[in-house]
Design a protein around this ligand. Structure first.
Ligand code: DI6
Ligand code: FE
Length: 407
């Protein structure tokens, strides 16, 4: 595409008519517009509204959506998409009674994926991750967050982040999760490893590979004091933070993260009332991960009613990873968020659009509204509640990313 053609595409005005819009904007249920239309201008939404109010003007093209339901493009705001190998054997061991933590302490778990990831070349990791991303994309994901954390050396973390940056077909936000587990070469030297994680962070950031910083604050992960050091390093670099918090126990990680203006705290099964209040006061998003809850056969539910009561925005994500959530279906997570966590279908959809955008600090997407990016999905359904109703069925007709119909 030459420069002139690019310029033409940038300003192309396209009318998308005969749509039923779940804008998720405003206060009405679903932000619903029954006789809706969209106008895109290049990569952005120029107008969204009722067909009766369509502004006059010329269009470069028109698409008739035939009354289909349109939602914002889906956002998977917490994944670990780049890694080598898989852990089906560990799943078998857990089915025979071993716990996730026992396996981790015995040197399996995250560490076994670290070994497989270090052995894989960059192009091999890219091919594996691209296939996983394509599966997410097939259900309407237009933006995805991807964490490092299976390299755990400077070189291997950099390789995983480079792979994330090279992926095609969705907007990728890269999160540095060096503090995911202790690599074997640092055995017995946790604090030295945390120092290394902070040193690497500055270099990786200088190379343009980091959009946010995360840590695993847990008995089998890092202590609140160590997590604080990671956050301080992020803060010095001006990087936003997120946290794997209160997944297996209440460590007070949420309160700590909120003191650093975290974008989100994720998992939260063991979140205390004080943690709920910290989230509410700071405005951080609570990201719930029903896939990990299900796959670990957890019984302790995150405090959804308290979060709702306190007005904490709730996001939903796959947490795709080989150990605790090997799913590649964000739509399945909508269903599980309702059946397991008792979210409403509307809350679940907000969790993978407007609130997921907020969990990534992205103000330019997540709703259908003039001025935002033209990322949207066209679904073969009659009502948006069907997105959470089906499981194992994909009603996506087409996805539009930055104004372009995706291949
Ligand atoms: N919590 C999780 O559920 C994943 N990471 C984390 O900190 C699991 C990672 C794995 O088991 O490979
Ligand atoms: Fe995770």
């Amino acid at each position: 595409v030459d420069a002139l053609e690019r310029k033409r595409m940038k300003s192309e005005r396209i009318r998308w008519r005969h749509a039923r819009l779940a804008t998720l904007s405003g206060d009405s249920p679903w932000g619903w517009i029954e006789n809706g239309e969209l106008i895109t201008e290049g990569e952005s939404l120029a107008w969204v509204g009722d067909a009766a109010q369509l502004p006059a003007g010329q269009f470069d093209a028109e698409h008739d959506l035939g009354g289909a339901v349109v939602t914002p493009g889906l956002i998977d705001c917490h994944t670990h998409l780049v890694y080598g190998g898989q852990r089906a054997r560990e799943f078998e061991l857990r089915l025979q009674g071993a716990s996730y933590e026992e396996i981790a302490r015995a040197g399996g778990g995250i560490r076994s994926t670290v070994t497989a990831t270090r052995e894989a070349g960059e192009d091999e990791l890219l091919a594996l991750a691209q296939r996983r991303l394509d599966a997410l994309r097939a259900e309407g994901v237009t933006t995805v967050e991807i964490k490092s954390g299976y390299g755990l050396s400077f070189e291997a973390e950099a390789r995983c982040l480079r792979v994330a940056r090279r992926l095609q077909g969705a907007d990728v936000r890269c999160t540095y999760l060096g503090a995911h587990a202790l690599p074997p070469e640092y055995q017995g030297r946790q604090d030295d490893y945390v120092e290394a994680v902070c040193d690497w962070m500055a270099v990786l950031h200088a190379e343009g590979l980091v959009d946010a910083v995360d840590a695993f604050c847990e008995g089998i992960g890092f202590t609140p004091a160590q997590t604080r050091r990671v956050f301080e390093a992020a803060q010095r670099l001006g990087l936003p933070i997120k946290l794997h918090a209160e997944q297996l126990s209440d460590q007070g990680g949420t309160e700590l993260a909120c003191a650093f203006q975290a974008l989100s705290c994720d998992h939260l099964e063991y979140l205390s009332p004080a943690g709920v209040q910290a989230l509410a006061a700071s405005g951080a998003v609570a990201t719930l991960l029903p896939g990990a809850y299900y796959f670990l056969r957890e019984t302790k539910l995150p405090p959804v009613a308290a979060l709702r009561e306190a007005g904490v925005p709730i996001a939903i994500s796959t947490d795709h990873n080989p150990g605790t959530s090997p799913t590649l279906s964000l739509l399945l997570m909508l269903n599980m968020a309702c059946t397991l966590f008792r979210l409403t279908p509307e809350e679940a959809l907000r969790g993978v659009t407007v609130n997921a955008a907020r969990a990534l600090g992205l103000a330019d997407r997540g709703q259908l509204r003039a001025g935002l990016r033209a990322d949207f999905c066209v679904w073969d359904i009659d009502h948006p509640n069907e997105l959470a109703y089906y499981f194992g069925r994909n009603p996506l007709r087409q996805a539009v990313r930055a104004g372009r119909i995706r291949a």
